[in-house]
Design a protein around this ligand. Structure first.
Ligand SMILES: Nc1nc2c(c(=O)[nH]1)N(C=O)[C@@H](CNc1ccc(C(=O)N[C@@H](CCC(=O)O)C(=O)O)cc1)CN2
Ligand SMILES: Nc1nc2c(ncn2[C@@H]2O[C@H](COP(=O)(O)OP(=O)(O)OP(=O)(O)O)[C@@H](O)[C@H]2O)c(=O)[nH]1
Ligand SMILES: [Mg+2]
Length: 439
């Protein structure tokens, strides 16, 4: 892989499609355009041209759009062919492009990586863009847009800059410490601003779980004894026949997952094996997996058949809704009082109330939160590092004046790594390889 290559990829979605966009970026982009389209349109003005292969036969009529570097997404010369989205059309074009010298198909995220390397965006913005593309719900989209917008980057850069300034002041004070004319209050003011930043990072980190819930989804786990109607509930909520339902106790063994959109939030709903003592090796493994998932659930839907003897189990340390199932078979009132709500997957009774209840719990956790949140492990790891270094700086302050300076340097460096301002070369392969091809 060479950074000087000209790269190309289909940047639009699955084929066939009405229109498909092939994007080319790099030093050879304009020469390729001249060769294929017979002409390089004026930058940023789309032009309808016939694209021709090596033997001069027409491949397609396309809109051609050019960007002259550095005024482009990647910062390099870019050319876009907006073609008809037929499989053979795109294949012919991609084959033709790969025949040019020093020109190759782009790797996942390589356009965005070049944009990063050319200073068009920082790592937080790049990660935000990648999230914009995979966002499935309205709140995922908004959170991703916040990351892509640069607000968060400004916050981190601001903290890093203030810490670097504080360090410079502290070091200046060390240099002049023998002299009388450095006012003692300078040091006080500096330490106050360091404390304020420490507190801001602590508060910012406290929102990381909220960020994760919005980005990765709120985990709702359906649990309960065999035959309680767990799989039936999953199917009803997903409005699809996903899980096998039978009257045999112990039907479900694997964990099944569906993605729901509840009020714009991503919800990951899981169906699990019925919880009971068993000697069956396969079922035992199912129960083990169910219990493991229950450890991390944001919300447990604890089901029990209303017509049975058992109450819904309570899962300590977990947010939990006790749900009575098969309400269509049961008409007594007393029994319903043992549950937070009762429903029937078969008749649909109570399903709206369940969705409203999940939505309420979710709102309690995340609603009203600012979307200026850390969302990725990579980001929270560096924030924690920065916080740790700042706490060290603060406690070292009384011991020796040289110590805090080094801790402040490390804190600023950790913050710099989040945006990629501080050297992160070793991370780039990992970060960008998770992006879409063509992005
Ligand atoms: N056809 C097409 N649509 C697209 C993109 C694209 O590359 N091609 N994008 C790609 O992801 C997104 C738009 N993002 C873009 C970001 C910057 C520039 C650009 O030319 N930037 C220049 C000039 C800025 C300006 O004139 O304001 C620059 O930053 O210098 C273009 C697209 C979404 N839609
Ligand atoms: N009448 C009625 N029957 C239901 C309802 N929900 C589930 N059942 C029946 O109850 C039985 C068990 O349903 P499942 O959804 O497979 O139960 P489960 O909790 O997934 O069971 P396991 O996977 O074995 O743990 C099946 O025969 C379903 O048709 C309901 O709302 N009303
Ligand atoms: Mg089941």
């Amino acid at each position: 892989m060479r950074a000087s290559d000209t790269i190309f990829a289909l940047s639009s979605g699955a084929l066939p499609s009405g229109v498909a966009v092939i994007r080319i970026s790099g030093p050879g982009a304009f020469d390729i355009c001249a060769s294929v389209a017979g002409h390089v349109p004026e930058p940023r003005r789309a032009q309808l041209l016939t694209l021709r292969g090596r033997d001069n036969t027409a491949i397609d009529q396309a809109l051609v759009l050019t960007f002259r570097g550095p005024a482009s997404f990647t910062g390099e010369d870019c050319v876009e062919f907006h073609l008809h989205g037929g499989r053979a059309v795109i294949r012919a074009m991609l084959d033709l492009l790969s025949s040019f010298a020093d020109t190759r198909h782009a790797e996942a995220g390589e356009f965005t990586r070049r944009a990063f390397e050319n200073g068009k965006l920082d790592l937080v913005e790049a990660e935000g863009l990648s999230d914009v593309i995979v966002a499935e719900t309205e709140m995922q989209r908004r959170l991703a847009m916040e990351q892509a917008s640069g607000h968060l980057s400004k916050l981190y850069e601001g903290w890093a800059k203030a810490l670097t300034h504080a360090r410079a002041m502290i070091e200046a004070e060390l240099d002049f410490s023998d002299e009388e004319d450095i006012p003692g209050s300078v040091s006080e003011t500096i330490w106050q601003s360091v404390e304020e930043i420490t507190e801001s990072i602590r508060r910012h980190l406290a929102g990381s779980r909220t960020g994760e819930i919005i980005r990765d989804g709120y985990q709702v786990v359906i649990a309960g004894p065999p035959n309680a109607g767990k799989s039936s509930l999953l199917n009803a909520l997903a409005k699809r026949d996903i899980a096998i339902v039978t009257d045999v106790a112990g039907t479900t063994r694997d964990v099944l997952e569906v993605h729901l959109d509840i009020g714009g939030y991503a919800v990951r709903l899981y169906d699990t094996a019925g919880l009971r003592e068993t000697d069956d090796t396969v079922e035992l493994e199912g129960v083990r997996r169910a219990r493991a998932l229950l450890e991390t659930a944001d919300l447990v839907l604890s089901l029990a058949d209303m017509s049975g003897e058992e109450d819904a189990e309570i899962f300590p340390d977990r947010d939990c809704l006790k749900i009575g199932t098969k309400a269509d078979l049961f008409s007594g009132q007393q029994k319903a009082d043992a549950f937070d709500l009762v429903l029937s997957s078969q008749s649909g009774e109570g399903m709206d109330r369940l969705i409203a209840a999940i939505s309420d719990r979710l709102a309690e956790r995340v609603a009203g939160a600012s979307l200026s949140l850390p969302v990725r492990q990579r980001q929270t790891d560096y924030l924690r590092q920065a916080l740790g270094a700042l706490e060290e700086a603060s406690s070292a302050r009384a011991l020796s004046p040289e110590l805090p300076s080094e801790s402040l340097r490390r804190a600023a460096e950790s913050l710099g790594r989040i945006t990629g301002r501080v050297d992160v070369e070793d991370l780039l392969d990992v970060i960008f390889s998770s992006f879409c091809v063509g992005k």
